[in-house]
Design a binder for this molecule. Sequence first.
Ligand code: CA
Length: 238
Amino acid sequence: MGNIGAMEKIKILVVEDEAPIQELLQFNLERSKYRVHVVDSGEEAMTEAAALQPDLILLDIMLPGADGLEVCKRLKSDPKTERIPIIMLTALCEEADIVTGLELGADDYITKPFSPRVLLARVKAALRRIAAAKPAQSDDDLISIHGIVIDVTRHKVEVNGEDISLTFTEFKVLQLMANQPGRVFTRYQIVDAVHGDDYPVTDRSVDVQIVGLRKKLGEAGTCIETVRGIGYRFKEED
Ligand code: CA
């Protein structure tokens, strides 16, 4: 990203209680020139996040004392820390926790065991999304990605230069996801963004919207990826 000064290192707070994983994270992040602070409990995480104001938090879910979900919830409800993006560290089998964490405001998750390559890609993607963050759903936007052009003002979508016709809900789902490529959305988050809190809907109806959307997008429909057990993600551009 263009506006990150070379002299000013990006600060990452790592919250992890297992020493080998702490070391693995610290080693790989420092090698990529991030400044890393490690704490090993949720309580320390909350104090340190407020004091340090890191650019990103890597938060283990299984912690002694207050667990990662509790910490995530508290960080996201404290004005001093609510804007700091969080990537959760979880076991692959903790799908329910991942969904809960995303709905509590975490930006992404990494499942253990992870490769340094995946770790750094996820960290970079999260930082990139923060840098590119626009006011949510601003109405004068033109979103252009993977050959799809979304004209938010006029509610029109083109794929490779050709107009396609979407329903209101399909349009809102596409706008939401294409606005934050690489970010995983749970079904509940999609419903919530499209209809507000009180809309009665099932997981299944979100899946139906996605199926319809993919079909209308044609080949570009592969941009909407299914993340098994969690939700959906719009592919990042290379
Ligand atoms: Ca742990």
